[in-house]
Design a binder for this molecule. Structure first.
Ligand SMILES: Nc1ncnc2c1ncn2[C@@H]1O[C@H](COP(=O)(O)OP(=O)(O)OP(=O)(O)O)[C@@H](O)[C@H]1O
Ligand SMILES: [Mg+2]
Length: 280
């Protein structure tokens, strides 16, 4: 499904004129399995459907975003690892996804090494920011799929980002650990990136038959107020099936409840981004 981009320019020429400014959103939560990758892929696809040009940057050594978009291992010769280490430019790592307006920088397990290799390098926290600066102008949005950790990979994403989106699974102890993420965001603001916004918190895998989901959603809304999106992503089997077909759920089954929720989420996110731009 994914094809290597023939040129080094971001592969969105069909979108017309290059975007004048690019917003970078890091999708982060150090907790595993909360819906980061699912949200990155489906939000990006829903944004692309509204004629935005969107780049997904897979920054997780698990490479789940790349796999979920149908990318074979053989198509990962150039990845975000090479971008981070400065071996290639961002443009050289960008691939077409086959979905109009949606491009991808893939990842694979080499990225596990980057966390260690970066430790001794100069400007280790700002490498992704520098790499993005050279080539993002042609995209309206870059969504970074972060790994389930707060190590240097996620730190690079937070330093490079304009805003952070936090997926939170509607389950017991959902709020556990989020204070650590919020503290990390604060530290990044102080040290590297004063303009970093919390884009919002998205409740994922909501199960309406389960009272606990309601309780968790109420607790999170009480704690974070307006920062929590009105849209809630339901637990939906079609969402979990889509990755094995190498497709976003919006392409796999655009009428299912999960796809509809991600379309609503995209319009909320785009509205917030417009407001943030206006306030900047
Ligand atoms: N709304 C949903 N309904 C049903 N299943 C879902 C939904 N969202 C995510 N899943 C499934 O839950 C699992 C975890 O989701 P996902 O991979 O997006 O989480 P993650 O936070 O990226 O995980 P990791 O921390 O390992 O990167 C996956 O198998 C995914 O298909
Ligand atoms: Mg993931």
């Amino acid at each position: 499904m994914v094809e290597r981009s023939a040129s080094t320019a971001p592969a969105n020429a069909h979108r017309g004129a290059a975007a004048t400014s690019t917003r970078v959103i890091a999708v982060a939560n150090q907790k595993g399995g909360v819906g980061k990758t699912t949200t990155t892929i489906n939000l990006a696809t829903a944004m692309a459907a509204t004629k935005k040009s969107v780049l997904i940057l897979d920054l997780d050594p698990q490479g789940n975003a790349s796999t979920s978009l149908g990318l074979e291992a053989a198509q990962r010769a150039v990845t975000s690892y090479h971008v981070l280490l400065g071996e290639v430019s961002l443009g050289e790592a960008v691939q077409e996804t086959g979905i109009p307006g949606l491009a991808l920088v893939p990842a694979d397990s080499n990225l596990y090494g980057a966390d260690i290799e970066l430790v001794d390098m100069a400007r280790r926290e700002t490498r992704l920011k520098e790499a993005l600066a050279g080539a993002v102008g042609a995209f309206d949005y870059v969504l970074i799929d972060c790994p389930p950790s707060l190590t240097l990979l996620t730190l690079n994403a937070l330093v490079a980002a304009d805003s952070v989106m936090v997926p939170l699974q509607c389950e017991f102890l959902a709020l556990e650990g989020i204070s650590h993420l919020i503290k990390t965001i604060e530290a990044v603001r102080k040290g590297f990136n004063p303009g970093l916004d919390l884009q919002g918190i998205v409740l994922t895998m909501f199960d309406k038959r389960n009272n606990l989901s309601d309780q968790v959603a109420a607790d999170v809304r009480e704690f974070f107020g307006d920062k929590v999106y009105k849209t809630v992503i339901p637990r939906n089997v079609r969402v979990s099936e889509a990755p094995s077909h190498g497709k976003p759920v919006l392409i796999y089954d655009h009428k299912c409840s999960g796809a509809e929720a991600y379309i609503h989420l995209a319009s909320e996110v785009l509205k917030r981004e417009r407001d943030m731009r206006a306030g900047a």
